[in-house]
Design a protein around this ligand. Structure first.
Ligand SMILES: C[S@@+](CC[C@H](N)C(=O)[O-])C[C@H]1O[C@@H](n2cnc3c(N)ncnc32)[C@H](O)[C@@H]1O
Length: 380
């Protein structure tokens, strides 16, 4: 969930915005129907309307859409922008669009349901020959020398201050990637292209590819960085590469389990895989470093799956053959939802809950508050 300040920062990113405005300028015609997926505070929809689009559908599940609606009214575009508060995958539109614009990326384009949403929108909303903005993202990987960044990851778990062994925390943190700003001088060897995400053709959200470097120069390497360059429309785009002017997306740092002093003629093989599981990406990176005689110098198998604590009880509940009985909270939710199926006002549902579950709700206000949250989430 983004805050209003987050949306402000996206709008304030001049390079990002200039590139999007130029891309929209190139693809929008006076008779264009445009869909803005994830309109947020409405900026792309407003720009599309200002560029003369005949109609704009601006889709956004969060309440930020209310601000977008206000902007449309204040700027005189209320007649040309139709706002839909929902996720695009749950929306049907009355007509096909000539242009679909979105920026659902995080630090990387492989973020939450970005790819799945674009594929769905392209299939259901876009007219044949229509334009997607962005058109294509290229994802790059480079080995990095990043001692300070690495130390920042591991230092909390190596402290001797308390006389305790905290090494398990280090193993966990080294199975996560983090957002970082990498400088060009930290890159080792040439970057490799890991993926071309051509949104006009892509059919699935998962990506996996193997990369290889033959080392030219001795250097201590701590992991690798991943970033993307974007082609928004023909000859319009931007690059997030280290050394280029900073954009809001930044870079990622994927640490290795240990730093490796790479020597000339070593080879580094990296298998990097991103798989969408339950709406979130699980990243896996397997690294093999071999010397000039093909002797293994280092081998790391890492995954974000190991980067978050998971209790056995939690894991047990995920098993296919787990048979669930309702816990105390589940019983409250079930009762509340059963009352919501009719025409009972929230205040009465709150009273009924308070009466039935006095140990759960200290007073009526608490019960009503609880029912309000359920209505927000499940009510229609
Ligand atoms: C990174 S923000 C971009 C906001 C604005 N378009 C911009 O570029 O400044 C992404 C927005 O997309 C929304 N979003 C994510 N997936 C979506 C989907 N499938 N349908 C509609 N909105 C979505 C999020 O709620 C969020 O507001």
């Amino acid at each position: 969930m983004y805050s209003i300040s987050d949306y402000g920062q996206m709008i304030a990113d001049r390079l990002r915005m200039d590139a999007h405005v130029e891309a929209l300028r190139r693809v929008i015609r006076p008779d264009s129907v445009v869909v803005d997926i994830g309109t947020g505070a409405g900026i792309f929809a407003l720009i599309a309307a200002r560029l003369g689009a005949q109609r704009v559908y601006a889709i956004e599940p969060s309440d930020a859409i209310q601000l977008a609606r206000d902007f449309a009214r204040i700027n005189g575009f209320a007649h040309s922008i139709q706002f839909i508060q929902d996720r695009s995958v749950d929306v049907d539109l009355p007509e096909k669009a000539h242009v679909i614009v979105s920026d659902l990326r995080g630090v990387l384009p492989l973020f939450a349901d970005h790819l799945a949403s674009v594929i769905d929108a392209r299939t259901r909303f876009l007219t044949p020959g229509g334009a997607l903005v962005p058109q294509c993202d290229t994802v790059w990987v480079a080995l990095v020398s990043a001692d300070k960044l690495y130390q920042a990851c591991v230092a909390p778990w190596q402290t001797k201050r308390f006389g305790l062994d905290l090494a398990a925390g280090q193993r966990m943190v080294l199975n996560r990637y983090r957002k970082a700003q990498i400088a060009a001088r930290q890159l080792c060897e040439q970057p490799r292209c890991w993926a071309e995400l051509d949104y006009r053709r892509i059919t699935g959200p998962d990506v996996a590819a193997s990369l290889r470097w033959t080392i030219q120069q001795d250097r201590a390497v701590h992991g690798f960085t991943v970033w993307f360059d974007s082609c928004l429309a023909e000859a319009v785009g931007f690059s997030n590469a280290p050394g280029k002017p900073e954009l809001i997306y930044g870079h990622t740092f994927f640490p290795w389990l240990e730093p490796v002093a790479l020597k000339q003629d070593d080879t580094v093989d990296l298998l990097l895989e991103a798989r969408l599981v339950g709406g979130e990406y699980v990243w896996r990176w397997d690294t093999h470093v071999r010397d000039v005689h093909s002797r293994l110098r280092a081998e790391f198998k890492q995954s974000t799956f190991f980067g978050t604590p998971l209790s056995p009880a939690r894991l047990h509940k995920q098993a296919e053959d787990f048979t669930a009985a309702l816990n105390a909270d589940g019983r409250v939710v079930k009762h509340a939802l059963s009352l919501m199926a009719g025409d009972t006002p929230l205040i009465q549902i709150g009273q009924a809950l308070r009466q039935r579950f006095p140990e759960r709700f200290a007073d009526h206000a608490q019960a009503l508050d609880y029912v309000r949250q359920l209505a927000d989430k499940y009510g229609a």
